[in-house]
Design a binder for this molecule. Structure first.
Ligand code: 5GP
Length: 117
């Protein structure tokens, strides 16, 4: 894959563009969203390139579990575990996905309305 084909998140993983990192381990990376939609808006991504939730299959079982189990760790680092938060995975065109690398939005810091737009 050439550099031009990399997603913005792959470039962050590869250290080619900066990000405000909250947490990382061997498998995943959490960093603040550049265009926050709430007072706290962090993105949690796998370091492995996976397009979106719809691309997940049995080979990703451990990684998908790890990603979800990392959410409460990140929430504690952000201090939002008591006030609460929302976890969102936009998928595909109608899901509003704009970056084709699987990511979980972690949103907090204000009451979030439902249903989403
Ligand atoms: P999506 O719309 O695909 O669900 O979410 C992509 C998210 O990536 C958006 O919330 C957008 O603000 C964020 N984003 C796009 N480019 C960058 C960037 O270069 N750095 C960071 N930290 N976030 C980005």
């Amino acid at each position: 894959m050439t550099s031009e084909e990399k997603t913005i998140f792959k470039k962050i993983i590869d250290g080619e563009i900066p990000a405000n990192v909250v947490f990382q381990d061997d498998l995943c990376l959490a960093f603040h969203d550049a265009f926050p939609q709430a007072p706290v808006h962090v993105l949690l991504i796998p370091k492995q390139e996976i397009e979106n939730v719809d691309s997940l299959d049995d080979q990703h079982r451990d990684l998908a579990g790890h990603l979800l189990l990392t959410v409460p760790k990140v929430a504690r680092l952000l201090g939002i575990e008591d006030s609460g938060y929302r976890v969102v995975a936009n998928c595909g065109k109608d899901g509003g996905q704009s970056v084709d690398h699987l990511h979980l939005h972690i949103l907090a810091g204000r009451p979030l309305t439902w249903p989403p737009g």
